[in-house]
Write a protein that binds this ligand. Structure first.
Ligand SMILES: [Zn+2]
Length: 340
């Protein structure tokens, strides 16, 4: 293992843009599939590896939906959540804001209270047993429209689980204008949640402006097209609005043609607070450590630079000040020991 990769592997990290179902690794999918033998998803490791080999975006959607189909009761939700935390612990991820889509489960018949209890139960076990602190971003699946927005806002505001910190919006951007979701974000913000919509991943800078102006975004999911608008880049830098950059995901979905053309370098040069994330890691054949390796290469970073990038994620997180200070100190101690 090259030296920088081993530094990254041991580095304590925070992740801010990673999806719940999208984090189901082959190991987790095998466990879920074993609970539901009628599912077409293979359970043996070899066929599963093939099932997970990324071919194109349509294949990603197919895999994603097959995994969604395996989450049929509260125990599946609890198992998925806890096992995702186990995969995080292995990568030395100490804190993660996991994007959860309650609507996908409630519309499939899992009662909202059972869903919330399952993720909260997994969160508490993950923290005490694995040392991974999880927080939730409940997101609207944009393609499901206003009905999904209403349901997501209702669950977020009425049930308000202890681990919930933010409100998001995912799914396709084309044909799903951001401003229509304003009333739901207004409700979530009034209830004390932070606004973190996806924007500018597959559409232009106007979507990011809409997220900022209409949805009062405090961080932007992806924001890949921000570099096409110098005024927007300057605005993001000036107001310290972080971008959640997910390089391999952008390549897999063709948001960027190749990694060398990824705009992350321009974002950093413009003074924007950039965080590195994995999005739907097993489905894109990656993990957070791999993404840090990609970023280190694109940004030409040494260990100190990678540690600074890890601290960006801590700063951009919704951890309380004491939690931020503790994680920053952990990063510093690790980096100092590694250099010594
Ligand atoms: Zn995402």
């Amino acid at each position: 293992m090259p030296v920088l990769d081993s530094f990254i592997a041991g580095l304590p990290k925070a992740e801010l843009h990673v999806h719940h179902v999208g984090s189901a690794s082959p190991r987790i999918v095998a466990e879920l599939a074993a609970r539901h033998p009628d599912s077409p998803v293979p359970t043996n490791p070899e066929s599963l590896a093939d099932f997970f080999t990324f071919r194109d975006f349509a294949h990603f959607v197919e895999v994603y939906l097959s995994v969604v189909d395996l989450i049929r009761d509260a125990e599946d939700v609890r198992l998925l959540t806890y096992e995702v935390a186990r995969d995080m612990a292995r990568q030395n991820i100490r804190y993660a804001e996991l994007t959860v889509t309650p609507y996908s489960s409630t519309r499939r018949g899992i009662p909202d209270t059972a869903f919330v209890e399952a993720i909260e139960d997994a969160r508490k076990s993950a923290e005490s047993e694995l040392g991974v602190v999880l927080r939730w971003c409940f997101d609207i699946p944009g393609e499901a429209g206003l009905e999904a927005a209403e349901e997501t806002a209702r669950i977020a505001c009425d049930l308000r689980p202890e681990g919930l910190v933010s409100f998001g919006l995912g799914g396709p951007e084309t044909g799903v204008p951001r401003p229509q979701f304003k009333p739901y974000f207004d409700r979530a913000i009034a209830a004390g949640l932070h606004s973190v919509p996806h924007a500018g991943e597959t559409t232009g800078p106007q979507t990011i402006w809409d997220a900022l102006v209409e949805l009062r975004a405090e961080r932007i999911g992806h924001g890949t097209s921000a570099t096409r608008d110098p005024k927007l880049l300057a605005h993001l830098a000036e107001h310290r609005i972080p971008l959640e950059v997910c390089p391999t995901s952008n390549l897999a979905t063709r948001a960027v043609a190749d990694l060398e053309q990824h705009p992350v370098k321009e974002m950093v040069a413009a003074g924007v607070l950039v965080t590195i994330n994995s999005d739907d890691p097993p489905m894109f054949g990656t993990d957070l450590n791999t993404e840090y390796g990609v970023a280190a290469r694109l940004l030409e970073l040494d260990a100190q630079g990678v540690a600074a990038l890890a601290k960006n994620a801590v700063d951009a997180s919704f951890l309380d000040p004491a939690g931020k200070a503790a994680l920053r100190a952990e990063i510093d101690t690790y980096t100092a020991a590694w250099r010594g």
